[in-house]
Design a protein around this ligand. Sequence first.
Ligand code: DGJ
Length: 728
Amino acid sequence: MKKVFFLALFCVTASLAKAEQVVVQTRHNTLVLNVEKGAQPKYVYYGAKLSALDLQHLQTPRADGRMEIYPAHGLNTPAEAALAMRHADGNLSTALIAESVEQNGDLTTINLKDPVYPITVKLKYKAYEEVDMIEAWTEITNGEKQPVTLTTFASAMMPIRRGDVWLSHFYGSWANEARLVEEPLTPGQKVIVNKDGTRNSHTDHGEVMFSLNGKGQENTGDVIGAAICYSGNYRLKVVTDDTDYHYFFAGINEDNSEYHLKKGETFKTPALALTFSQEGLSGVSRNFHKWGRTYKLMHGNKERKILLNSWEGVYFDINQKGMDQMMADIASMGGELFVMDDGWFGDKYPRKVDNSSLGDWVVDKNKLPEGIEGLLRDAKKNGVKFGIWIEPEMANTTSELYEKHPDWIVKAPNREPVLGRGGTQVVLDLSNPKVQDFVFSIVDNLMSKYPEIDYIKWDANMAIMNHGSQYLTMGNQSHLYIEYHRGFEKVCQRIRDKYPDVTIQACASGGGRANWGVLPWFDEFWVSDNTDALQRIYMQWGTSYFFPAIAMASHISATPNHTVFRTTSMKYRIDVAMSGRLGMEIQPKNMTDEEKALCRQAIKEYKQIRPIVQFGNIYRLVSPYDRKGLASMMYVTDQKDKAVWYWWKTESFQNEHLPRVKMAGLDANRMYKVHELNRIDLKPLDCEGKSYSGAYLMNHGLDVPYRNEVDWGKKTDWASRVLLLEAE
Ligand code: DGJ
């Protein structure tokens, strides 16, 4: 009988003799690896949990699949490699064979070495038992006498058996983030990369799902989900060649980033988080949301405040009276926090528009004569908390900071810098420890002087356009992207060590920082600068594949919308914003009394459903991408005693025929009482106050009118519904 290593709560270190089965288990998933001393370790299985007997009788995968867990370049060069390096003597080939296996609690380590060169590689697997997640990463150590150059260094590789495998991934751009694409995997390579340098989710996203049995379904079917947990440039690649497998590689994007690993130094890759679900795409999302809220997201178990952000209301037109008025308005609608956005700072160069002052984090006394003290006083008077916007990684060439420290910016050697936003923006070089200290000090100064600050919006509005560091040596210029993010992580960690309680939003020209490599230090992210409710349905749909509602900042804004100029009803805007972390991004003094009353009511009702939305399990029901004229999804509590159901029209035609939506995730045997939230219709729905079994709601569903039945002059094209279901 084969010897079996099980992940257990004790430490086993084994030097291997013959083939060993290494098993990493979570509640519903099993990963099986085959490790034999002197040979390359191989994948055997990843999927639904296996019984002891199945494990014993597990088939070895077909010989024509390349099952090596971490293929190195050099001795089978036609195959794609996870690791490639130039050894100190110039040799481009590496071989990796197993030495030993360690299992210590939830962590499994496979120790590999090159039989000829003193290079060791540790393959790490960390199991999150309860939430069905396995994080995989790699640690590469150079034991050679001189530096070696890493040219390929994936976090992990996973073979996926061919069949009818579909890939779900996300593309986008500013104001159009997280657009879902679903496509079958075909021969060739599918490569998803980020090269922004600072942010990494505006365009492609670092997360993918593989539906193993044809086009992904939301709540049925086998699906693997994978997310690269890294704030910097990444590369996800699926290679499909002449074997029975697709080969999925994920890690840092190595383009222009070869890494010189010093003698004795260890290079640790970011983790790839993996989950498997038999409950379809939404099942994978639920696993990611639970894992994220429990282990990754800052304050993932704490309800978020309902806020008003000043940006779309006043843009740069900040002044004390205006801020006070906005605070009073959000307080009167039941909000809990006011956030002052861009435009409050700069002394020698006051920030009037976007072309100056970044780096000069002192109050503009002309706009705010009583400083932050005055704002905090007004916040207290109005009964709301206070938050503030900063963009700490950046400067403008028109700033006192740049005048003092021109050597702190990211810039190619011997060249003038390419400038960003406003024609003057530059990125600070976070590879430089002095810059790290400066960036830390921005938050430290604010928080130590004004500990009442409750919330920080941390923005980042420029890519690394210039490849070059004035701090790194000429020989190590290729380390810039990696060192930038090491610096970023260090600063974030220092901030969190000192200020664990403050809420921090990751904003990056909108949704540029939705990634699990960022969120361990941040409470949420701004989904997009586009607050148009209709387009938000599409973007929030995509975002929800990997990120929970608690992290998705979703604000009610004015119409015509400032980005797409669409006019939607206040009810529609509220109903969409209420499916994420609700906030407002509007000038309240321009709102009608009726609009204010609607928002007041919505905020009141959101407080009631906040735990369901922010901690509930997502069930996506009808996708806007399927073009059925509507989109629908719901959140259900762990106990299945409460749920919130959303229904939004995504098209509007006369006499159109929309499908009735079947619900999901409820307890078939319980009765649920229906109550419509944010009601504007003159008459209640026919299901209002009535009770239905979970079975009926899931097998049949509720019909709702396609339009909101309101007075003639108030009718609009964009109907929506939000229903609260409470078990009796
Ligand atoms: C980009 C952000 O995404 C916006 O919300 C706003 O904060 C602006 N920057 C301010 O310049």
